[in-house]
Design a binder for this molecule. Structure first.
Ligand code: HEM
Length: 196
């Protein structure tokens, strides 16, 4: 027996009006209430036919847009070439700033030889790279032991931060990236400053 014939027979047996038909989703073959007699194409089931509820309407599923990858600070700064250029300019600036006293004259003197300066710059690039999401690894000593005994003051640290800001301005680094980098550098203050 095909489906149309079956529903017509059931409609007759259950007393559904002519223009309506019995729906096979109703669990009882003999409907006690006319709610089982629904117009064709409307899914039935209520009151006496509660065992199968119509499927709730749901919004058509729209695939979520792919998550956009947020560029790391390192990438936004311009990658290795940009970080190297920043470190170059910054070290030169800080080394020549008496308010920083980078070589620690009169305290724990550091020789600004070509080799020492080159090593300092390489380690700074690696440190900044590693802290901003670049591929570099920093393998040097931690900030506290590196600067121990240098008697660096809060004012000297502030002057160094000012030099970094001047370098970032020179390279037209946008304010957002400047703020992010200054925050990272500023987070070392507690380990570097010995004289508050
Ligand atoms: C007023 C502040 C600072 C002064 C005067 C200063 C001074 C120095 C000096 C003299 C050295 C050489 C030490 C040595 O090789 O024995 C050094 C090393 C280093 N400093 Fe600073 N520093 C200051 C702040 C900072 C800050 C803010 C950072 C990074 C966030 C930093 C990162 C480094 C690194 C990575 C080295 C190791 C270089 C190497 O291994 O050759 N310094 N610092």
């Amino acid at each position: 027996m095909n489906a149309l014939l079956l529903t017509t027979v059931l409609a007759t047996l259950t007393g559904c009006p002519q223009h309506r038909t019995w729906h096979s989703c109703c669990p009882q073959p003999v409907c006690a209430a006319p709610t089982c007699c629904q117009p064709v194409a409307i899914t039935c089931c209520s009151i006496n036919c509660t065992s199968i509820a119509p499927a709730p309407m749901t919004a058509p599923s729209v695939p979520a847009p792919p998550m956009e990858k947020v560029a790391s600070l390192y990438e936004r700064l311009g990658g290795e070439a940009a970080v190297k250029a920043v470190v170059d300019d910054f070290v030169g600036r800080a080394a020549g700033n008496p308010k920083v006293n980078f070589t620690r004259k009169g305290i724990k003197e550091w020789e600004a030889s070509e080799a020492n300066v080159a090593k300092l710059k390489t380690n700074l690039v690696n440190l900044i790279g590693a802290l901003t999401g670049g591929p570099q690894k920093y393998t040097g000593k931690d900030m506290k032991s590196l600067h121990a005994g240098m008697k660096i003051t809060t004012a000297e640290f502030g002057a160094l931060a000012g030099d970094l800001k001047a370098t970032l301005d020179k390279f037209k680094v946008p304010a957002k990236e400047q703020a992010e980098l200054m925050k990272i550098v500023g987070s070392t203050q507690g380990d570097i400053v010995e004289v508050k």
